[in-house]
Design a protein. Structure first.
Length: 249
């Protein structure tokens, strides 16, 4: 049987304190999946000028002794959405990956959930969206304001855009490569946190499933600039929908 391939897109910035633990956990997951199935993985580590510590050097050191990790230096990135999209583009052009997953580069997303994402994708779901707010999901060490913002943003988005997901803002997601290419080529409007919500909205008509994840919140706040962009993109799609020409990919 020809092994299937999957890619991880992982933006990293100022992760020196957690890099060794995180990369070890990903390596362990790679090893376990290769042992238990016909899947083999590659992690694209995206680093840009936001990172001021030695994260880039750590990525390159890891890449030098484990070819499953590939460092992508992207100084042209303007925001975290650019970082994610650069990772997707690298994966789409590099090899014939069957699946592409994205996750945070610290420890806010647990690498142990990767096999669950891959299982759902192999069972025919075109998209798997991590959810903190369904049975089995959770948030640890979260500032209550951040939790309220996530839950409230999801409720408002479902109301205005006609979606029905329990978690509209989580960044732990996985896709068949042909679906990932659709939103990479589309031209997303988001510049910050609303990115994951925009992707969910655009892919709402694909066959998807929400999968429970345990989330360790990395920060207690979201910038006012990010919130402003979120509302701008949200109402862009809302007014499109009102005019009867809501887009879907």
């Amino acid at each position: 049987m020809i092994p299937k391939k999957y890619a991880l897109v992982i933006p990293l910035a100022n992760e020196s304190d957690t890099f060794e633990k995180f990369s070890s956990l990903v390596s362990e997951v790679f090893n376990r999946i290769e042992h238990d199935s016909n899947l083999c993985g590659t992690a694209f580590l995206i680093v840009d000028n936001v990172s001021k510590d030695n994260t880039l050097d750590l990525c390159r050191q890891l890449e030098s002794h484990d070819s499953r990790f590939r460092t992508v230096w992207a100084p042209e990135n303007r925001n975290v959405v650019d970082a994610y999209l650069r990772g997707y583009r690298e994966a789409l052009k590099s090899e014939d990956f069957d699946y592409i997953l994205e996750m945070d580069g610290g420890l806010s997303h647990d690498p142990a959930a990767i096999p669950m994402f891959l299982r759902h994708l192999s069972e025919g779901h075109k998209c798997v969206f991590g959810s903190r707010f369904i049975n089995g999901g959770s948030i640890y060490d979260s500032n209550w304001r951040r939790t309220v913002l996530s839950r409230g943003g999801g409720i408002l988005t479902n109301l205005l855009l006609g979606t029905s997901m329990k978690d509209m803002t989580s960044g732990y997601m996985g896709f068949h490569s042909d679906v990932a290419k659709k939103f990479v080529d589309y031209g997303l409007l988001s510049k910050a946190h609303f990115y994951q919500t925009e992707v969910r909205y655009l892919l709402r008509k694909q066959r998807y499933i929400e999968a429970p994840i345990h989330y360790m919140a990395p920060s207690p706040s979201v910038s006012s600039k990010a919130i402003k962009n979120s509302f701008s993109v949200l109402f862009h799609y809302f007014f499109q929908r009102l005019r009867g020409n809501g887009v879907s990919l």
